[in-house]
Design a protein around this ligand. Structure first.
Ligand code: HEC
Ligand code: HEC
Length: 305
């Protein structure tokens, strides 16, 4: 069949077909990602700059002390002065609910509501719940609100169904307040304990060697400056670039991690990092996790006082 077609085609059209095929091959070989940026940053050596689009501010970092002021202005009536979810408005909060006709009538722009349901504000001292939240998911909840609950949106635009009519906070204020809220699932003593373990507790890392966390991760969490940091950077492309798992100053990665994921990495090990199960107690690992977040925000012991 192809042979027949080939014969039927004139010499000119054959040349044209070949040209089109060559063009298609050339187009197919083009990279689909712009490589120019990547090449430049490699060429610039191993500079450690925050990503050009950090999700949260890096300089200055979010601050729990500033967040406290936002909280006392916007959150306490529902979540309570001390974050236990027991503010004066908490008992009577309701969320609008649907009934079977709601979606049908929405087509005609008519709002039909079902009976309102009680909605209880989160208790920020509930460690189990807080350890399953990444900072970024908390950010989304505060900015967009949570549909079908009484948690309102504090950004300019509410998620589908979330309440409106509350003051608008800037993104920076939202980061401040969520890190303030995060301080309720730990204590200054716990963070100090994590810091001490991170810097001073040398543990068996296999191969007859002992090392602190800071020996690999660096005293400032950047993967630089520790006795073994260079060794890790020589093995891992990400570490050489100052980004990726294990670089606690990689904001965009860390903000999407849950405390429980960091716990798991420490407990069962990860890549070139040894497992610490049996070498640290569970409490010590949680203390370490609580401390690791402080590379991302200004932690103020004693609620910013
Ligand atoms: C009108 C009452 C109300 C106000 C004001 C309010 N919240 Fe909430 N918030 C709620 C309710 C209700 C929930 C629980 C939603 C649910 O059931 O999932 C909630 C949930 C949350 C959650 C999710 C917690 C989790 O574990 O999933 C965060 C984070 C949060 N609020 C932060 C804030 C912050 C920060 C402010 C102040 C800027 C604030 N809220 C103001 C009612 C409120
Ligand atoms: C021998 C060097 C080394 C030591 C010692 C070490 N780590 Fe790591 N750690 C790494 C490397 C390398 C990674 C990245 C692993 C990978 O490739 O995903 C990592 C990853 C992690 C992660 C996962 C981060 C993420 O985003 O997934 C956590 C959390 C962590 N380390 C905490 C600790 C703590 C806490 C200690 C001390 C108890 C410690 N590490 C000791 C080398 C080390």
């Amino acid at each position: 069949m192809t042979a027949v077609m080939y014969r039927v085609l004139s010499r000119q059209s054959r040349a044209l077909v070949i040209l089109v095929l060559l063009a298609a091959v050339a187009a197919g070989c083009q990279p689909t990602v712009p490589l120019r940026g990547a090449v430049t940053s490699q060429g610039a050596g191993l500079a450690q700059a925050p990503p050009p689009w950090p999700l949260a501010p890096v300089d200055p970092k979010p601050s729990a002390a500033r967040g406290r002021r936002v909280y006392e202005q916007a959150c306490w009536p529902c979540h309570g002065q001390e974050g236990f979810g027991d503010g004066p408005a908490a008992a009577t909060l309701v969320a609008p609910h649907k009934n079977p006709l709601t979606d049908f009538f929405r087509i005609f722009g008519v709002t039909v509501k079902g009976e309102d349901l009680p909605s209880r504000p989160a208790n920020f001292h509930n460690q189990v719940a807080q350890r399953l939240n990444s900072p970024f998911s908390l950010f989304e909840t505060i900015k967009l609100g949570r549909p079908h609950t009484a948690m309102p949106a504090f950004g300019p635009k509410a998620a589908y169904g979330a309440n409106r009519g509350f003051p608008t906070l800037t993104d920076d204020q939202i980061w401040d307040v969520l890190f303030y809220v995060k301080t309720w699932s730990t204590t200054p003593a716990q963070v100090a304990r994590g810091r001490d373990l991170y810097r001073n507790r040398a543990l068996d890392i296999g191969g007859g060697r002992q090392a602190t966390c800071a020996a690999c991760h660096g005293p400032d969490g950047s993967g630089r400056g520790g006795a073994l940091s260079g060794e890790m950077a020589a093995r891992l492309w990400g570490w050489a670039q100052g980004e990726g798992p294990g670089i606690f100053t990689d904001v965009n990665l860390m903000l999407q991690r849950k405390p429980s994921e960091l716990y798991q990495a420490i407990w069962i090990g990860r890549g070139h990092m040894p497992a610490y199960q049996g070498k640290l107690t569970e409490d010590e690992v949680w203390a370490l996790v609580d401390y690791l977040w402080t590379f991302l925000y200004e932690y103020e012991p004693g609620r910013g006082q």
